[in-house]
Design a protein around this ligand. Sequence first.
Ligand code: KIV
Ligand code: ZN
Length: 531
Amino acid sequence: MTKTTQDSSPQSPRQIVEADAGRVLIFDTTLRDGEQCPGATMTFEEKLEVADCLDQMGVDIIEAGFPIASEGDFEAVSAIAKRVKRASVAGLARAGEKDIDRAGEAVKHAVKPRIHTFISTSPVHMKFKLQKSADEVLDLVSKQCSRARNWVEDVEWSAEDATRTEHDFLCRCVEAAIKAGATTINIPDTVGYTVPEEYFALIKMLRDRVPNADKAIFSTHCHNDLGLAVANSLAGVKAGARQIECTINGIGERAGNAALEEIVMAIKTRNDALPFNTAIDSKMLSRASRLVSAVTNFPVQYNKAIVGRNAFAHESGIHQDGMLKHTQTYEIMTPESVGVAKTSLVMGKHSGRNAFRTKLKELGYDLGDNQFEDAFNRFKALADRKKHVYDEDIEALVDEGIAHMHDRTKVVALTVIAGTMGPQAATLTLDIEGSQHTVQATGNGPVDATFNAIKQLLPHNGKLALYQVHAVTEGTDAQAEVSVRLEEEGRTVTGRGADTDTLVASARAYVAAVNKLMVKRQKVTGAQSAL
Ligand code: KIV
Ligand code: ZN
C-alpha cells in the first residue's frame, strides 16, 4: 500500500473552509448515488463528460463511483481521478479492507484524492443488515478510517442511517472516526426521514458533544423521500455543517438526493437568510442539468425548481402583464443567472456553421470538433424539415447526439406501414457494432411493429415498463421526444430518442434502452445491492 502525498499547491477542502467561515463545500454524488437509481446507468464516456462538467462548474468534491462494485466502476473512478484538474475526487468504500484498498487504488492519481468510507449505525441496520453488535460496528469505524488514512490524507466517514441512530452511539462513532483519521464526518439521512428542525438539532448536538468535533468538517447527505432533502441540507448548514452532498437534478436512490441546483440558487438568492457561499458557477446549472438528463435518459420534470422547462415561464395574463411592467414582479432570479440564455439568434436552414456555433455557446454547449460536425449535420437535416428551429429543438438535437454517441447499435433506416388496414409492419435496418442488419416485423400498431423488429435483431427479455412521448416544441412539425423504460431481471434501464418522426424517435429510444441493458448486464451488481 503506498500512501498518496498531496501536491501542496491546490487547497484541500479543509483549507478552503478554514479560509472562509461561510464557505460551503459542494460534494456532488451524481456519478455514485445518482447513478445508483434505477435506470440511470451511464457509460464510461458519459461519466467522464459529466465529471468534466462538474469540475468546470466549480464542484469541490466529485464522488466518481464505488470502485469495488465492478471493473467498470473502478475504471471510471480511476480515469476521472486522472483527468479532473480542480476538484477532489472521491471513491466510495464499505468498511471492508478490500473495499477501502480498491477505492484507494482508484483515486490515488487524483490531484486531491479522497476515500469516502461508510458503515450503518442505526439499530435496525446493525441488527438486520449488518448482523453486528454496536461494539463490533464501533470497532470497524476505527479500523475503516485508519485503513483509509493509510492511503490518503482526506478521509470522509459516513454513519449510514444516521438520522435513525441513537445519539450516544452516534457521538461515540463520530469521535472514533475522527480519532482514527477521518477529516469529514457525513451524517446521512439515508431514508429521507428527518425534518429541518430535527436535522439542525442533530448536527448541532454532534458539534457540541463530540470532544474532537472541531477537527472535522461536518457534512449533510439528505434523501428526498418526503421532499425535504434541500430544506434539511440547508438546516444542517445553519447548524454548522460545511459540506453538502447533492446531485444534479436531484437524481438518486428512490426519490433522489438533495438537488445541487436548488441548494446553490437558494444560497445565492436568499443570501440574507442563508449567509453562505459556494464556488459554483450558477450559469452552468442549466447545461449540467441537460447533460445529466441526456446521459441518464431521465427527463427533468417541467415544473422542477431552477432547471425545469417552466421554471421561468410566465403563462397567465396577470403574470405576463406584471413581468412586462417589471421583471421582479414575478421573478426572484433571472434565467440568465442559471444559464438560460435570452434568444438572440433565430435559426433556420440558411444559418451557417458560425451562427450554429454561436447558438451552441449561448445555450451553454462546448462541443469537440467531431461532436460539432455531427450536431451541425443533424441541425441542417432538421432545418430542411422544419421551418423554425427553436432553442429547445437544438437542445434536443445536441442532447440526442451526446446520449447516443457511444451506442454500439444505431438505427440506420426505418419504414413503417401504419393505418386502419392492419397488421402494421416495420422494416428496420440497424448498425450493430459496424455491420448492418435488416429485418421485417408486424405488430399491433406501428410502435409495436417497430419494437418487434428491434427485438428480432437485439433479443432480450426486457419488459416495456414505460413508453412516453412528448413534443419538444409546438406545431405539427415539432420534434417528438420519446422515453422508453425496460425492466429485465431486476435491472431497469431507460432510453431516449428525438426526431420529427415519432416512430424514428421511438426506435432510437428503444435501441438506446437495449444498449444500456447490455452495459448493465456486464456490471457486477452484488456489491451495489448491499448499499
Ligand atoms: O444515503 C446514504 O446513506 C449513502 C451513504 C453511502 C453515504 O449514500
Ligand atoms: Zn445516499
